[in-house]
Design a protein around this ligand. Structure first.
Ligand SMILES: [Zn+2]
Length: 495
């Protein structure tokens, strides 16, 4: 629900999702929630005629959710209730002492669909781990009411002018998803008919938005299906910049996915932009599968770390023509004349998952392109000899030293707003696994498969061969530190 206030100087209400949520933690969003089965029982007047069976019930759900989340009661008759009474009712509803239907009946309130304005409906792209079919509505804040967030699923709420919200997004101070960005852009051009204008956007344009999600201004994510490691099914390709852009990890070898990316890039070129370079984070097939196709189709040079080029470069007998080496700490600057904005991508050599692994820190917005160092769901496989646990942990710690860190943009899975929290979680996870490995060895496990059986009880058997690689990586670390001695395939604790 897009809540608006002050028609002469319109402001919009957005909320920040809590750190503890498993999906879109710390993103900014509009308040709302999911339909309840009981919403279908609640009468609502003035529902516009529609063949869509959900037309009425979704409006009821929106009104109920907005009351639960913000305390704003959008109903005819609500003006008779004092602020204290509304809060009392909200708390009773939250405690399940009363249903929304009973509350409306007891207080003689009538729901009126005429108080809501319909906006476009969005479905989460198929590449996301969790998907929602979302209806958006707008409503003006009823006179005499205020919003109040009770901390829990939401950290905070704030009223601001639409262009101020967009500026925060441009500056890297907030992460939002495309439907919210589009709504804010339409609101910034005029709040009184923005919904109608949004509904006029052709389906084709909507599909285009979905094919490349603009995570931050000038930072586009195009998730492409690749032969990768479950639970991931896609590799994130990032396209970054203004007048000149770079393409990071066009990883798909599949013709339909290459076509999808080609179309996205053709549109950028049609806007007068130029693709400066294709950049590879690391050598794995799911990150390089589309590199040469793109390089040849658009006549664009390819850049990677020297160690990556030595593994996959044509000069070294590989398949990828690497034209340029990227050094640690090199800054790639991309500008946009019309806005005066720039993107400064600082290359960070972050070995551990792969020897020549590069990450990129966009310094203006604090966005970190992590490649496979951190991923959006699950953890990363550290597979020796390419993988090295000591180097990997050092790379994660290097991330924590970055001066500004507002989002992790991983090679797989969703962009993460709780950047530091995620990195610390990764470090803690590796520490905990190492302790479990040492404990399993104290209890008699001597080989990597024995240790996997004892330690990876939370992982399906099909994943055990991958888990074994991570165990070997942990054992190699312990061996380097002098805490484990190796004899062939047998490992023993040094006491
Ligand atoms: Zn990888």
């Amino acid at each position: 629900m897009v809540l608006l206030r002050d028609p002469e100087d319109p402001k919009v209400f957005w909320v920040k999702r809590a750190r503890t949520l498993s999906f879109m933690a710390r993103y900014h969003a509009f308040p709302g929630g999911q339909r309840d089965a009981a919403d279908a029982e609640i009468p609502i007047e003035n529902v516009p005629p529609s063949p869509d069976a959900m037309t009425a019930v979704m409006r009821v759900a929106a009104i109920r959710e907005i009351f639960e989340e913000t305390g704003v009661l959008i109903a005819r008759g609500a003006e008779r209730l004092s602020a204290e009474r509304r809060l009392e009712l909200r708390l009773e509803l939250a405690a399940d002492r009363i249903s929304f239907q009973e509350l409306l009946a007891n207080e003689s309130l009538t729901l009126d669909a005429g108080l809501l304005t319909e906006m476009p409906r969005w479905v989460t792209p198929a590449t996301m781990p969790r998907r929602y079919d979302t209806r958006f509505y707008a409503a003006w804040l009823p006179a005499g009411q205020e919003t109040e967030i009770i901390p829990g699923e939401l950290e905070e709420g704030e009223w601001l002018r639409p262009h101020e919200a967009l500026q925060r997004w441009i500056d890297g101070d907030s992460l939002i998803v495309t439907p919210i960005t589009c709504a804010l852009q339409a609101l910034a051009e005029g709040a009184h008919d923005f919904a109608a204008r949004m509904l006029c956007v052709p389906e084709e344009e909507r599909e285009h938005w979905e094919s490349r999600v603009e995570m931050r201004y000038g930072i586009y994510l195009c998730a492409l299906r690749t032969p990768t490691i479950p639970p991931a099914t896609h590799t994130n390709c990032y396209i970054i910049g203004g007048d000149e852009m770079v393409v990071i990890d066009p990883g798909s070898p599949y013709p339909d996915q290459r076509e999808k990316l080609d179309a996205v890039i053709e549109r950028f070129i049609a806007q007068g932009r130029r693709i400066r370079e294709i950049i590879i984070t690391h050598l794995h097939p799911d990150h390089i599968g589309g590199v040469m196709h793109l390089a040849e189709k658009f006549n664009v040079p390819v850049a990677a770390h020297r160690l990556t080029a030595e593994a996959i470069g044509i000069q070294a007998g590989g398949e990828v023509r690497v034209d340029r080496f990227i050094e640690d700490n090199e800054v790639i600057e991309l500008n946009e004349q019309v806005t005066g904005l720039s993107w400064r991508l600082r290359a960070l050599w972050t070995p551990g998952h792969a020897r020549g692994h590069l990450s990129f820190h966009e310094e203006r917005t604090g966005s970190l392109i992590t490649g496979d160092c951190v991923v959006g769901f699950g953890t990363v496989v550290i597979a020796p000899p390419e993988g090295n646990m000591i180097a990997y942990l050092a790379s994660l710690r290097r991330y924590l030293e970055l001066p500004r860190l507002t989002a992790l943009m991983p090679g797989h899975g969703p962009v993460l707003a709780d950047a530091r929290g995620k990195i610390e979680e990764y470090l803690a996870h590796r520490q905990a696994r190492e302790e479990m490995i040492v404990n399993a060895m104290s209890a008699g496990a001597q080989t990597a498969p024995q240790i996997v059986k004892a330690v990876y009880t939370d992982v399906p058997d099909a994943m055990h061969s991958l888990a074994e690689l991570s165990v070997v990586a942990a054992l190699e670390k312990l061996e380097t530190e002098g805490r484990v001695a190796r004899n062939g395939n047998q490992f023993a604790l040094v006491v």
